[in-house]
Unconditional design. Structure first.
Length: 559
């Protein structure tokens, strides 16, 4: 079978019917989104453990590639809060080079997902897992910002959640009142701005206002102790150049789990953002193309010192709300950020760290989805277990462990639920055919003759149910042995290899005990699988019957 590549960038198709009116609409949206992305890119960069211009570089290069190659008309790519925790942890353990290697590997994973047409598979990740690790990330981001928000004097913060709060409690006496006031005021400005001015982002207003206030306080009031970006970083206001990094198999093997987490997180967040955007603009994105574009962005961006890229739902919605309807708006947003980096980059050194912490506190609150989290607690216990487990693992350990164990737990609970809903029953007296899909007509109960047992499997015949069926058969073997066993499979949508193996074992043992096996109501897909594995030859092709009536007539010949 020939594998066709599902890669159709929306930019190429939209340009065929592009107009001057559409350009000016995209231009305005791109400028506004670029301005909105500025404080977020800086804040996400610093919180991730890199310098502020690295956040801007990620938004510029990653945002350009996502818009140029992506499968959505309006998706805006760049750094997001979801990656802060995992990026910070990788840098702490493996350094900036380790982050670059992990991000490139993640990009390769994403491209493979797109090439293999697995874009739609992401939607099967259970919702409690998504909410659990999103809420966990939000709490972790909030925790990492306490130091800068309060201006605490702490030389080095520990990596884990609990130790951070212990250190905070030990350094309460070092809280800077001025930093705390700037941080709280920044949060207030961000929250109140939308009520007064809808088109200008509150985070940008907060950064401009607080930067001016802190500059005046330091220059004219002589107030010290309010740390700014320039006190911690040297801003390189120039276009980036490619940076090399060394790669070896040992490093790759160590970083594979982290790369997998980046890829999964990026795929989930970008496709979720694209899906939400589709609902607003009445469009449909190409998920496979979007994954390929996200993968390309994550391969190229680290070469210029950037951090992981994904679709950013807040910036995507800002793009839509301001008239952006084609990928041109996303490209303009990247150009605007480039101009800001080149001409206004040096001014970013005056931005107070407490203000950026305030921006991230608001981001973490919006990410927390606490209302959704609370509503999920009313769901079945299995969903609640997945939600709480993923949340706690994200907070206490790290996102890699949370996603891996969360997915494993969700799969196990799902399989248990399927196994519980699949029933195996045995009948030796009469069968009610009044609502029988096999016969299509209402009939009187079908009497089961002596020496015949009728088993029915209601649901998927996979490994969880196969063992249940095998256990029932073992119990029946200890009682009086029948001459014929009819197995009704009309409600079996599929079989796996374990179910097939158990059926083969039953046929083999029954053959040894001189018991005939007849299959009834087997659907075409299951029948094809049985024939491929030689079951028809073992029991006789004429013993695979289309309905229970024919199966019973066949059984009467053997008793």
């Amino acid at each position: 079978m020939k594998l066709t590549i599902d890669f159709h960038p929306r930019l190429w198709s939209t340009l065929k019917s592009y107009s001057k009116e559409r350009f000016f609409s995209d231009l305005m949206a791109g400028i506004i989104v670029g301005i909105v992305a500025l404080p977020l890119a800086i804040a996400f960069g610093i919180a991730s453990g890199v310098s502020p211009e690295k956040g801007l570089i990620t938004a510029i290069i990653g945002g350009f590639i996502v818009s140029f190659l992506g499968g959505s008309k309006v998706q805006i790519g760049g750094p997001t809060g979801a990656f802060i925790v995992i990026v910070y942890g990788i840098i702490q353990n493996y350094g900036v080079e380790g982050l670059a290697v992990a991000t490139v590997i993640a990009g390769i994973f994403l491209i493979l997902l797109g090439l293999l047409r697995l874009g739609t598979i992401i939607q099967f990740i259970p919702f409690p897992i998504v909410v659990g690790f999103t809420s966990g990330i939000a709490l972790t981001i909030f925790t990492t910002q306490i130091k800068d928000l309060t201006g605490m004097t702490v030389e080095k913060l520990p990596a884990d959640f609990v130790s951070k709060w212990i250190v905070y409690a030990q350094h309460l006496d070092s809280v800077s009142l001025w930093s705390l006031l700037i941080g709280v005021a920044s949060i207030a400005v961000i929250v109140l701005t939308p009520r007064l001015i809808r088109r200008i982002p509150g985070s940008l207003v907060a950064i401009i206002v607080m930067t001016v206030v802190v500059w005046l306080l330091r220059e004219y009031a002589g107030i010290e102790g309010i740390e700014t970006i320039g006190d911690r970083f040297v801003i390189n206001a120039s276009l980036p150049h490619p940076e090399g990094f060394s790669v070896n198999m040992e490093t790759v093997n160590m970083l594979l789990p982290s790369a997998f987490t980046i890829a999964m997180l990026g795929a989930i967040e970008s496709l979720l953002s694209a899906t939400v955007a589709d609902g607003v603009i009445s469009d449909r994105h190409n998920s496979n193309t979007e994954l390929i574009a996200q993968g390309a962005a994550n391969i190229v961006t680290p070469l210029f010192g950037g951090i992981p890229v994904t679709g950013a739902i807040a910036r995507t919605m800002t793009n839509i709300n301001n008239g952006g309807r084609t990928p041109v708006a996303g490209i303009i947003h990247a150009i605007v950020l480039s101009l800001i980096l080149l001409f206004l980059g040096p001014l970013t050194k005056h931005i107070p760290m407490a203000c950026l912490a305030g921006v991230l506190v608001v981001v973490s609150y919006n990410m927390s989805e606490w209302r959704t989290f609370r509503s999920l607690l009313k769901n079945p216990k299995s969903d609640v277990a997945v939600l709480i487990t993923t949340f706690l693992l994200t907070v206490i350990f790290d996102l890699t462990i949370a996603i891996e164990i969360g997915l494993l737990l969700a799969m196990l609970l799902f399989m248990r639920r399927i196994a519980e809903t699949t029933k195996v029953s045995v009948t030796t007296e009469a069968i009610d055919l009044s609502a029988d899909a096999e016969t299509h007509v209402q009939e009187d109960p079908l009497k089961v003759p002596q020496g015949v047992e009728v088993y029915e499997i209601n649901g998927p015949f996979f490994f969880g149910v196969a063992n249940k069926f095998d256990e029932m058969m073992r119990k029946r073997r200890t009682s009086d042995r029948p001459l014929v066993r009819i197995i009704r499979m009309r409600k079996v949508p599929f079989m796996d290899s374990t179910g097939l193996h158990n059926l083969e074992s039953l046929c083999r043992l029954s053959e040894k005990d001189n018991i005939r096996i007849i299959l009834s109501g087997v659907n075409p897909k299951v029948s094809e699988m049985l024939i491929k594995n030689g079951i028809d030859k073992r029991i006789g092709a004429d013993n695979i019957c289309p309905n229970i009536n024919e199966a019973m007539e066949k059984a009467l010949k053997y008793v």
